[in-house]
Design a protein around this ligand. Structure first.
Ligand code: PHE
Ligand code: ZN
Length: 870
């Protein structure tokens, strides 16, 4: 589709809607040639706004009829708007349009997938269904009637409660749904398909019964019980933690294989990517099971944070997303393992959000402008947004945070509000002054906090001097940064009374600890109390003390990451200079200690923690710390350290591998998952040695595993083997595909194991796979698994000859019109192109310019590529 010159939309230009829609009545007649949508809207002028014509949003609609109060009216229609003037103060607007869901490849609006018709309306998909005021501050009560062929589409669903249904001529049937809650159009959903359903109930704290249903592709009911249990656990958790009860009589989840995102919180009718619903021990990994818990919870939690209280405009997206991610993180931590949950959150933030915040798409969690809102469903809005909410809780405490949530709902239930409204409720409940804190909402960039420690023997004081900077911010004024700290003695004892929550408010600020007898080791940014880079000039000895004795699990892990980071960056520099890297024995000793104790370090740990601690920082995270990224040297350095650990600790890895077997039947419990994670980590380290016996061990595990976690871990490790000739690798890949070729989500894993491989021939493999029957350019999951995952493969995507760049550019061009949202996500692979050497930059620039200059480029891709080119 050809787009006009893209317009930038500004937060400062917000104005309230000129008209309001009290009720919406929709009638969908679904036929093979198209769907006719009849919309009847009870509208009135917004009394707060002076008289203006009515301008409705629409996209790819064939307008058949427009009437006001039953009479034909003159109207002005363009491709994207329908304007009606000279309207009374209150009126009924009826429009009839035809849409073509079968030809809708963008998966926005109403579209066809294998088993029927589905909708996706956030952010601006409703306008692809009917003429409407498609903005979140227009909230209405909906009734919906669906008509379709009964044999082909036996299941007809919409938001709310079923009120009536019946048969019609020609083998058709109809169903009518009514949603008692006012909602914005982006929460509308319908489904018409042939689906199987799993049914259950939940009884709320006040004794109401909610009917629960999960609808999936026929034959997949045995992959639904985990999601159902996750839903019930989420409902209970939200009552216990936040006093929030489900307000619905019917809560439905529908899984669809073609979906741009993870899942969608449509009121009472969530639509999910199958990836976040379907699970069974033999097809889903421990991580999949945990992700399903989190995503099911996330969408359920939106029922309050997003649906009951929604966003005034799309700039406020983090109001619902940051808060809801924070809530699903807390749920996940309570359900699984709080220690490793926090570690993984930070690992993810550093791998995705920190680079985003340093690149061309950097934006505040509440952006000030955008061209295409779909480009702002980002790690910043979601994950950094969640960190901002977490900081609020850290600053005022858990009880005041809960009181703030209560106050937020007391003030704003049923409204469309702003981030300020949320913070104001928190301020009212706590008395805390958030004026300076609002900077977190309004500035892009990751602040850097440099800390200096000074011990004074005379006065027996230890002074921490903290200096903050954020070069990406538009001005220099400081943030309010909560900095959790503690002091440790050199022997590893926590100094009593030294645990403090410092509030940094000035550019440079000192904090004095009294009665300190000997120079302590400071533990800084405990539990990652703020999303910042924290610089402190630690010695390896100090980090080893923290790794062994920290009482904060996050910072114990962090100490190990800091040690490894320094080693890898030094080694990369050595390799780039043609020298051999050096690996100090102290690091190996620390790793050995972790493996030996296996109970972890300090007062916590377990296998899950040790697995996290022995996972080296990723290449993408490390690349952010280099001024010019040399991906080959970085790759060689990181894998060199992995191999060195494998050589030095072969006995420990083998011993643990043999000892960590799980002897009970598979369960995705955090206890079992932790054991599998560590055992599979041992296998992957051992494969660095690439001996015949280890290859055979991996193949053996691949063949005998009774669960996907172990089977896939063996496959992924083998897929990474570099040797040109590795028959075990070939066999595992061939067997895996033969066994799972009819299980779409497992095929995605097969593609991803190959696209993320470190092998030098990975690009050739990926190219060949684009023509394999396993691949489908119409399916976002396949594109993410094969193409985007390749774009995240730092060493292969950034090949010196530019071949990786050219390939991704080709794919963006193939996709930009077919599915602009997915194409735009692919374009984000280029975010960090200016961090590389001149040769790579020249190749990347050429690839980006080729995309930019492609005729009729979609607005989504154009915004990303234009920003990348600066
Ligand atoms: N609102 C969804 C969520 O975070 C994400 C989403 C956005 C899905 C846009 C589809 C389209 O839960
Ligand atoms: Zn969300």
């Amino acid at each position: 589709m050809k787009t006009d010159t893209p317009q930038t939309i500004y937060l400062k230009d917000y104005t309230p809607p000129a008209y309001l829609v009290d009720t919406v009545d929709l009638d969908f007649s679904i036929e093979s040639g198209g769907t006719v949508v009849t919309s009847t809207l009870a509208m009135r002028r917004n009394p707060l706004v002076s008289a203006r014509p009515l301008v409705l949003d629409g996209e790819e609609l064939e307008t058949l009829d427009v009437t006001v109060d039953g009479a034909k009216v003159p109207f002005l229609a363009s491709a994207s708007s329908l304007t009606v003037d000279h309207l009374p103060d209150a009126f009924t607007l009826r429009t009839v349009v035809r849409i073509k869901p079968d030809g809708n490849t963008r998966l926005s609006g109403m579209y066809r997938s294998k088993d029927g018709y589905f909708t996706q309306c956030e952010a601006q998909g409703f306008r692809r269904i009917t003429w409407f005021l498609d903005r979140p501050d227009v909230m209405s009560t909906y009734t919906v009637t669906l008509h379709a062929d009964k044999a082909t589409y036996p299941i007809l669903l919409a938001n709310g409660n079923p009120v009536a249904n019946g048969e019609e001529a020609n083998g058709r049937h109809w169903a009518k749904w009514a949603d008692p809650f006012r909602k914005p159009a982006y929460l509308f959903a319908l489904v018409a398909g042939k689906l199987d359903g799993l049914f259950d109930t939940f009884t709320t704290a006040s004794g109401r019964t909610v009917q629960l249903a999960i609808y999936v592709e026929p034959g997949k009911l045995d992959q639904c019980p985990h999601a159902m249990a996750a839903l019930q656990k989420s409902m209970l958790w939200d009552e216990e933690r936040f006093g929030l009860e489900c307000d619905l009589d019917h809560y439905m989840i529908v899984a669809v294989g073609d979906f741009n995102m993870g899942a969608m919180e449509n009121k009472g009718l969530n639509i999910f990517n199958t990836k976040y619903v379907l699970a069974r021990a033999d097809v889903a990994t421990d991580v999949d099971f945990e992700n399903i818990d989190r995503v099911v919870a996330h969408e359920y939690f939106h029922n309050w944070t997003g649906n009951r209280v929604t966003c005034r405009d799309w700039f406020q997206l983090s109001l619902k997303e940051g808060l809801t991610v924070f809530r699903d993180q807390e749920f996940g931590a309570d359900l699984h393992n709080r220690q490793t949950a926090r570690i993984r959150e930070v690992r993810g933030l550093r791998a995705a959000q920190f680079p985003e915040d340093a690149g061309p798409m950097a934006h505040p969690i509440r952006p000030a402008s955008f061209v295409e809102i779909n480009n702002f469903y980002t790690a910043t809005v979601y994950e950094k947004g969640a960190e901002v909410i977490r900081m609020i809780q850290t600053l005022i405490g858990r009880d005041a945070f809960r009181a703030g949530m209560d106050e937020y709902f007391r003030r704003h239930d049923g409204q469309a509000v702003t981030c300020e409204d949320f913070v104001a409720a928190m301020a009212a409940a706590s008395g805390f002054d958030f004026t300076q804190f609002m900077r977190w909402y309004n500035q892009p960039g990751t602040p850097r906090v440099a800390v200096d420690g000074h011990f004074d023997e005379e006065t027996k004081t230890f002074t921490l001097t903290c200096t903050q900077a954020n070069p990406r911010a538009s001005d220099e004024s400081p943030y309010l940064i909560p900095l959790r700290v503690a002091l440790f003695a050199a022997d590893g004892n926590l100094l009593p009374g030294s645990e403090r929550l410092l509030q940094l408010t000035a550019t440079t600020q000192s904090f004095v600890f009294e009665n300190i007898a000997v120079e302590p080791v400071p533990s800084l940014l405990r539990d990652f109390s703020a999303p910042v880079y924290l610089d402190f000039d630690y010695t390896p000895e100090q980090l080893t003390v923290l790794l062994a004795h920290e009482s904060d699990p996050f910072n114990a892990w962090e100490a190990g990451q800091r040690l490894a980071t320094q080693l890898i960056l030094d080694a990369a520099a050595a390799i780039a200079a043609g020298q051999e890297p050096v690996w100090p024995a102290s690091f190996v000793d620390a790793a050995r200690k972790l493996l030996q104790t296996q109970a972890g370090v300090g007062n916590f740990g377990g296998a899950a923690f040790v697995a996290e601690a022995l996972t080296l920082p990723g290449e993408t995270t490390l690349a952010e710390l280099m001024s010019v990224v040399d991906p080959d040297a970085l790759h060689a350095a990181r894998n060199g350290l992995r191999r060195h650990l494998a050589e030095q600790l072969e006995g420990e890895f083998s011993g643990l591998y043999a000892g960590l077997t799980v002897n009970e039947p598979y369960a995705p419990s955090s206890e079992q998952a932790g054991r599998r994670a560590l055992r599979n980590l041992c296998l992957a380290y051992l494969l660095e040695l690439d001996t015949l016996s280890v290859r055979q061990l991996a193949l053996q595990q691949f063949k005998t595993a009774d669960n996907m976690t172990d089977q896939f871990a063996a496959l992924a490790a083998l897929a990474n083997v570099n040797a040109a000739d590795c028959p075990q690798r070939e066999q595992a890949l061939a067997d895996f595909y033969a066994k799972w070729k009819n299980e779409a989500l497992v095929v995605d894993k097969w593609l991803q194991a190959q696209s993320t491989s470190r092998r030098p021939d990975t690009l050739a493999t990926v190219k060949a796979l684009t023509a394999h029957p396993a691949f489908d350019i119409g399916n976002p999951n396949k594109i993410y698994a094969l193409i985007r995952a390749f774009g995240a493969n730092l060493v292969r995507f950034n090949a010196a000859d530019g071949s990786g760049y050219a390939f991704i550019a080709d794919q963006i061009i193939v996709l930009h019109d077919r599915n602009p949202q997915v194409a735009s996500r692919l374009a984000r692979c280029f975010d960090r192109w200016t961090k590389f050497d001149a040769g790579r930059q020249a190749h990347a620039r050429r690839a980006l310019e080729r995309v930019r200059d492609h005729a009729g480029l979609s607005r989504d891709v154009l915004e990303v590529v234009t920003r990348a080119l600066g």
